[in-house]
Design a protein around this ligand. Structure first.
Ligand SMILES: *Cc1c(COP(=O)(O)O)cnc(C)c1O
Length: 393
């Protein structure tokens, strides 16, 4: 049996070059960067170098890069920090129905605390409507938070246009770019982005480290209070090895971006084309350049995503239904419901996401393995039986 990992959107392995740069910071280079002796200067310099690498990758200043404990923390900070710092101007936040839970649940929390949140609809491919966004902005709006690329169905939003609208209307624009960085070009200046979240473990760096880019001059409250780290904006002794790893990972990702995109797009399209040959299937999300290069998400009608996952696991294939955060619960994915899938169809979805370790052989193995599984599961499915007897309802 082969072992095939196709869940790169859930997390990635740490690249060997990344781990190698991190290692000394667990052992001999362990000094607290806030102290005043030789080994502390070494760690302080290492943080500065990582910050410079992140700044180069995003096209921003080093003083606009803040390290956090991951993507979720960066999202929480951006939203709660702006909400509390600007509550005198207004209490209205705009986001979408297809955000990651780190954004959605933060917004729901704020709703319970006196804020108004507009959750923009998306169309059947997962795109927001720019007119809807314009119409939703009021003089009470303090923040627009719209994800760069969706982690379930791969939809890449028109970020530059969204940034322009927010700039014109004088509203801060935050984007969760956890899935975008390292997979598509990201440029905070060109795209008018005020705040951006990213995470180490989605780009072949370590888990538990992330970044919030905050454009210079933006007033934002702290999420974590304490010491003077990160220019007194994010307290806590730095996760040096994590920071060094993220710095190396983002540099590798940018150096290699064109080739990575080309490879992923080729494998993705081969995978999607092959899977769509199974009858009664549907691709979720768009095709082409507006889809994340490594993302596929397919509905197989008349069966449950969970049962596909179990069978795939048995064949050594790691995949997910919806997102890792929703698998484990029996609710269908909020993203699939938002693009208009009925509950029973949303349940039968399979997400296969490719990454740097993926090969043509992996894709071929999946394409050989999935169709017989679908056939077997359908033969056991009462829904399929009904459909064969009665035809389309
Ligand atoms: C993974 C992910 C997050 C959360 O990042 P963590 O580092 O796991 O906290 C947030 N947003 C998106 C789009 C993600 O894919």
């Amino acid at each position: 049996m082969k072992n095939v990992y196709m869940d790169y959107s859930a997390t990635t392995y740490v690249k060997p070059e990344v781990l190698e740069e991190m290692m000394p910071y667990f052992t001999e280079k362990f000094g607290n960067p806030s102290s005043f002796y030789g080994i502390s200067r070494i760690t302080k310099m290492a943080i500065d170098e990582a910050r410079e690498r992140v700044a180069k990758a995003l096209n921003c200043g080093m003083d606009e890069v803040y390290f956090t404990g991951g993507g979720s923390e960066a999202d929480n900070w951006a939203i709660k920090g702006i909400a509390s710092a600007h509550k005198n101007k207004g209490n209205h936040i705009i986001t979408t129905k297809i955000e990651h839970h780190a954004v959605l649940h933060t917004c729901m929390y704020l709703e319970k605390n006196g804020y108004d949140v507009t959750y923009l609809d998306v169309n059947d491919e997962g795109f927001i409507n720019l007119e809807d966004l314009k119409n939703a902005i009021t003089d009470k709006t303090i923040l627009v938070s719209i994800m760069f690329a969706n982690n379930e169905i791969g939809t890449i939003q028109p970020i530059k246009e969204i940034g322009e609208i927010c700039k014109e209307r004088n509203v801060y624009f935050h984007t969760d770019a956890v899935q975008a960085v390292g997979n598509v070009p990201v440029d905070v200046k060109e795209m008018n982005i005020d705040m951006l979240s990213l995470a180490g473990h989605k780009i072949y760096g370590p888990k538990g480290i992330g970044v919030l880019y905050i454009k210079k001059g933006i007033k934002i409250d702290n999420l974590i209070h304490g010491g003077a780290q990160e220019k007194s904006r994010r307290a806590g002794t730095e996760n040096i090895a994590g920071i060094v790893g993220l710095g190396k990972a983002i540099e590798l990702a940018c150096d290699n971006l064109d080739e990575h995109m080309k490879n992923m797009t080729y494998l993705r399209d081969k995978l999607i084309d092959g899977l769509l040959k199974v009858p009664y299937t549907k691709l979720n999300g768009p095709r082409g350049d507006e889809r994340l290069p490594g993302n596929s998400n397919i509905c197989f009608r008349f069966i449950e995503g969970e049962s596909i996952l179990l069978s795939l696991d048995f064949e050594g294939i790691c995949a997910s239904s919806g997102s890792a955060c929703t698998s484990g619960s029996l609710d269908p994915s909020h993203v699939l419901l938002a693009i208009g899938l009925p509950h029973e169809i949303a349940h039968g979805s399979l997400r296969l996401t490719l990454g740097a370790g993926s090969t043509v052989e992996d894709v071929d193995y999946v394409l050989d393995t999935v169709p017989p599984i679908i056939e077997r599961l359908r033969n056991m499915s009462p829904l399929w039986d009904d459909f064969l007897k009665k035809g389309e309802k």
